[in-house]
Design a protein around this ligand. Structure first.
Ligand code: SF4
Length: 250
């Protein structure tokens, strides 16, 4: 009994240590890239939007770029789409402090225009680095841009959403972007259904080294050899060690 308790304590200590390491690495990366000027978008941004949430999250939600409110506040998913995301998270017993949210672009495209391919190709390395540090079991891509980037495909979101793409031992689940679902009731219905799939994936205790098998209602696609863009790497530009209140890490 004493050995069992000691084992449990040791595992908890190891877990806490790993969480702290991830958090520190993420923080260090934030300070490294927060003054990034690698593409033209730095000129028009009010705030750089790194992303926020739990450095040890089992899931990263990936959007496309900061909008007006995000640019003003320096935080991802605020405003109406953010409220909807909170509500959807609540529906599967999660809250923001338990997950991590980031966009492909960390700076707002002027007038909320779509991200340009050259901007994505530069800024994606920041996202890949965040994925490498957090190392979640699930990536939930929200909308066309992040889905196409991560899966390295030109296919539309309608045919991809709701399926689980296994890239080695990581799952990728594309869903509709909450902003797109806000005013389209049919998209909202499937978005709610897809959040239940997120819960099923996260509820699986095992890691996915052997893929996901025999899960009711889940369509799983082996995508490991299909040229996904998932990879480690990504180097930022400017390094600044100033204190910054935008960093919402838990
Ligand atoms: S590469 Fe990304 S973080 Fe850097 S200026 Fe462009 S959008 Fe901002």
């Amino acid at each position: 009994m004493i050995i069992y308790i000691q084992d449990k304590i040791n595992r908890k200590l190891e877990g806490d240590m790993e969480n702290n390491i991830k958090r520190e690495r993420l923080k260090e990366f934030y300070f490294k890239i927060k003054n990034c000027q690698l593409c033209e978008l730095y000129k028009s941004r009010t705030n750089f939007v790194f992303g926020s949430g739990n450095a040890n999250s089992p899931v990263i939600f990936i959007g496309e770029a900061p909008g007006k409110n995000e640019d003003i506040q320096g935080k991802p998913f605020v405003g109406q789409a953010g409220k909807l995301l909170d509500e959807l998270l609540f529906s599967i017993e999660l809250e923001r402090s338990e997950i991590f949210i980031a966009n492909i672009l960390k700076c707002r495209p002027p007038g909320n225009r779509d991200p340009r391919i050259e901007e994505i190709n530069i800024c994606k390395n920041h996202l890949f680095k965040q994925i490498e540090i957090i190392d979640p079991k699930l990536l939930c891509t929200m909308g066309k841009f992040s889905t196409q980037l991560i899966l390295n495909t030109s296919a539309g979101i309608t045919g991809l959403r709701g399926k689980i793409f296994m890239v080695n031992s990581r799952a990728v689940l594309p869903i509709n972007h909450p902003a797109a679902a806000l005013y389209t009731p049919s998209r909202m219905v499937v978005l709610r259904e897809d959040f239940q799939k997120i819960k099923k994936v996260l509820d699986m205790k095992e890691n996915f080294t052997d893929g996901i098998k025999n899960i009711e209602d889940l369509e799983v696609v082996d995508y490991s050899s299909s040229g996904s863009n998932l990879r480690a790497g990504g180097e930022g530009s400017s390094i600044s060690q100033n204190k910054d209140e935008q960093l919402g890490l838990f």
